[in-house]
Write a protein that binds this ligand. Structure first.
Ligand SMILES: O=C[C@H](O)COP(=O)(O)O
Length: 257
């Protein structure tokens, strides 16, 4: 049984006080049941206000959008996993395509970040996905296999169990042009097969694979009905409490076994 996971990646949006206002409205619309896990991933500067607004008993979890691979030291402007853990984060997004393309993160960097997250007890959400050119030139599978090979390299079974993969075709992010459910379903199936071949069937069976890229309240259900799509990594549509709550409701209606 894979519990659906819906993650809202706020990217560089919302101040700390806007984060408080979001939580106030959002909690009136949704308090997740045991059938779906919900993670809010605000910018670093809003983590504390979101955490305190959610309250100690909320089932809604906190995630971060990035971390540095070192625990501490002379890395001006960076944030470590243990700092995030101390702020109440349970999840951290690693290797988002915006980090890879705008901030030059390489597979080697992503690998170090996944390991650093696991070492301090955070659950990494490893993002993979192809660009439009890579899809059009038939390289989707190769690119994703390389990203998975680097990100999951040498992880123990216990560690693999706490990793989530997010498939985000770069051409679908923020464009309003989501992948079709068939396109997403095909890649999700091949990610699961890759994990099964390379690691263990058991790891592949329990690993959650999220779809991300122009997910909306309108199209979420069609993705979540697909047997290999275990949730969503949502950007634009998570910034509005109402549309994000509707995406969560779609996950609640589509439990996977
Ligand atoms: O992390 C979220 C993704 O990049 C998707 O963003 P989007 O829903 O705005 O396309």
């Amino acid at each position: 049984m894979r519990t659906p996971l819906i993650v809202g990646n706020w990217k560089m949006n919302k101040t700390a006080s806007e984060g408080r206002a979001f939580v106030r409205d959002f909690q009136q619309l949704v308090e997740p049941s045991t059938d779906v896990e919900v993670v809010l991933a605000p910018p670093f500067t809003a983590l504390e206000s979101v955490r305190s607004s959610l309250g100690a008993t909320s089932r809604i979890m906190l995630g971060a959008q990035n971390l540095h691979w070192e625990q501490q030291g002379a890395f001006t402007g960076e944030i470590s996993g243990s700092m995030l853990l101390d702020l109440g984060c349970r999840y951290v997004i690693v290797g988002h395509s915006e980090r890879r393309t705008l901030f030059w993160e390489r597979n080697e960097d992503v690998q170090k970040k996944v390991r650093a997250a696991l070492a301090c007890g955070l659950r990494p959400i490893l993002c993979v996905g192809e660009s439009l050119t890579e899809r059009e030139t038939g390289q989707t599978e190769r690119i994703i296999d390389e990203q998975l090979s680097a990100g999951l390299d040498q992880l123990t079974d216990a560690n693999l169990k706490t990793v989530t993969i997010a498939y985000e075709p770069v051409w679908a992010i923020g464009t309003g042009r989501a992948a079709t459910t068939v396109q997403a379903g095909d890649v999700h199936r091949s990610i699961r097969a890759f994990v099964a071949n390379r690691w263990k069937d058991a790891a592949a069976a329990t690993m959650r694979i999220l779809y991300g890229g122009s997910v909306t309240a309108q199209n979420a259900a069609s993705f979540l009905e697909s047997p290999d799509i275990d949730g969503a990594l949502v950007g634009g549509a998570c910034l509005n409490p109402d549309s994000f709550a509707k995406i969560i409701a779609a996950a609640n209606r589509n439990p996977h076994s």
